[in-house]
Design a protein around this ligand. Structure first.
Ligand SMILES: *[C@@H]1O[C@H](CO)[C@@H](O)[C@H](O)[C@H]1NC(C)=O
Ligand SMILES: *[C@@H]1O[C@H](CO)[C@@H](O)[C@H](O)[C@H]1NC(C)=O
Length: 269
């Protein structure tokens, strides 16, 4: 195999592996029934662990946490409709499910109760967990592509809601698709920010990771280069050595001149 080929492949592998600290979107939504039967809800999305957008339930609109989030909302065609959908869902559908889950789990504790779903997506994978009062009762990861029951009580839901698992599966995987689509849009905005804005561009979240990660890559690159280069030198030295040895033991170098042209060519092949 060609040495340059090895070099390129090695570089590709190492750069590929070191860049799997892929950016993520994390979405958390919660609905809550308080002791006095009033309800509350919230939904927020983080980009790479930093506040990005959140839903304002009193207005039914999104609030952006920074400039990139504002750009994202502007570019998002269905932002308004989506905000209305979630506002409505957190005030009604989510509360209905919470009541059902409390019934299934025989949770008759006084006080407030919450239903929460946490979803983390990267370009490579996605996971969702559902919790009632902090107890995980279902999970879903894109690698299994199934909703997994995590408590005994949720398994009983079959009896009353036979298509629960199937409809949860399509709801969550559809959700993952949407969030991964959003992630790509956010990435595009992040990229143009990096190219465009000159000084001060380093102030955003995640900017700190740049220089450190960059110099690490350069170092890895140099190490690979040195290793491959050394291997190459040794390889050629070995070939040169063998040729010379062959020439001194078999033919004696002086005899080369007397070897007919035709033999010389066939030996080279
Ligand atoms: C998903 O990918 C991220 C990196 O993008 C990784 O940290 C995480 O462990 C992965 N999760 C699963 C369940 O594979
Ligand atoms: C929602 O928006 C209203 C009106 O702009 C504002 O007064 C309120 O503080 C916002 N609520 C949250 C939780 O941000």
């Amino acid at each position: 195999m060609n040495i340059m080929g090895v070099f390129v492949v090695l570089t590709f592998v190492i750069f590929g592996v070191s860049s799997t600290g892929a950016p993520t979107l994390t979405r958390t939504y919660t609905c809550e029934i308080s002791d006095d039967k009033t309800t509350r809800g919230s939904l927020q999305i983080l980009y790479d662990g930093e506040d990005f957008i959140r839903l304002n339930l009193s207005t039914g609109t999104w609030t952006a946490a920074n400039l990139q989030a504002e750009q994202f909302l502007k570019a998002w065609e269905h932002a308004e409709r989506n905000a209305k959908y979630w506002t409505n869902y957190l005030k009604s559908g989510c509360i209905e499910w919470l009541k059902q889950y409390l019934t299934y789990s025989n949770n008759v504790n006084q006080g407030s109760h919450t239903l929460q779903y946490l979803t983390v997506v990267s370009s490579l994978n996605a996971t969702t967990t559902g919790q009632v009062d902090g107890e995980i009762f279902v999970s879903y990861s894109s690698s299994d592509a199934e909703v997994i029951p995590k408590t005994e009580w949720i398994k009983q839901i079959y009896v009353d809601v036979p298509d629960y698992w199937q409809s949860e599966k399509s709801r969550i995987s559809g959700d993952h698709g949407d969030l991964q689509h959003h992630l790509r849009d956010v990435e595009k905005i992040q990229k143009t920010k990096g190219e465009g804005s000159g000084p001060g561009a380093g102030s955003g979240p995640g900017a700190g990771a740049g220089p450190g990660a960059g110099s690490e890559k350069v170092l890895i690159f140099i190490i690979i280069f040195v290793v491959v280069f050394s291997v190459g030198v040794v390889f050629f030295a070995l070939i040169a050595f063998c040729l010379q040895k062959k020439c001194s033991t078999i033919t004696r170098c002086q005899d080369f001149e007397s070897v007919p042209d035709i033999m010389w060519h066939s030996e080279e092949k």
